[in-house]
Write a protein that binds this ligand. Sequence first.
Ligand code: GUN
Length: 291
Amino acid sequence: MSACILDGKALAARIEVALQEEVRLFSNTLMRSPRLAVILVGAVAASHSYVKAKSSAAKRVGIDSRVIELPTEVTTAELIRLIESLGDSTQQIPFDGILVQLPLPAHVDTRAVLDAVPPKKDVDGFHPENAGLLFQGRPQLVPCTALGVQKMILDAGIPTAGRRAVVIGRSDIVGKPLAMLLASRGLGGDSTVTLLHSRSPNLSAFTLQADILIAAVGVPGLVTADMVQPGAAVIDVGINRVDSQLVGDVDFISVREVAGWISPVPGGVGPMTVAMLMSNTLQAARLQSGI
Ligand code: GUN
């Protein structure tokens, strides 16, 4: 039997429709739209296409987004100064959210740049304050991809409480925050979580036990059918370019015959990340305006 497809594109479109109305109400109350600044450094093709998708979504939901493009040679100090000026809440029309598209060039101190984003404007949820609040079970702004995966699980009615969730990949952007969300108390949480990474031996010993299996490592086709428990929910966060094709970390063709649910690449987690960025931008605008 073939797995149910977790259609992230369709879910993201439904979320956007709901956000349009919330943004309209916010804008009517505050007499201005939520505002998002996106900083894009250099000429990484994938980053340009992600930023384009973010700008288009902002336009659709009524968020005023600006892209600030900088050359590869920009310094850490220049980026920090820019973030400080964008984050200045005394501006006549302040930015509610600031996003620095990653990766930054190797000479830039990425941590120092991300730390300069004011926590309440940190729509990516990468600032240590937001990471700490998530860790403590009182989330403020949560990384978009992790939040998007949890929303997909909830929307599909996949049970999480008391279930075994295995996350492959320990990045600060996806793996770690997602493990925290799934282990947190309440709806979409209460799972028993195992976090696997590049030094974990014998992945199958763990993945075969998973009721929910999430692959977020950037290794094309890493998860094969023989690693999946029949009926499990398999969510693919990988976006890899192979021979100019986009492929995930899951071998979709074989795994769909074993899994109960599976997310495709493209059209799965990717659009959810963008929708969650819009949701976080509205959330950031509310945090700052107090409405
Ligand atoms: N690059 C890849 N994923 C992300 C993301 O979620 N946020 C940012 N800012 N950059 C990324």
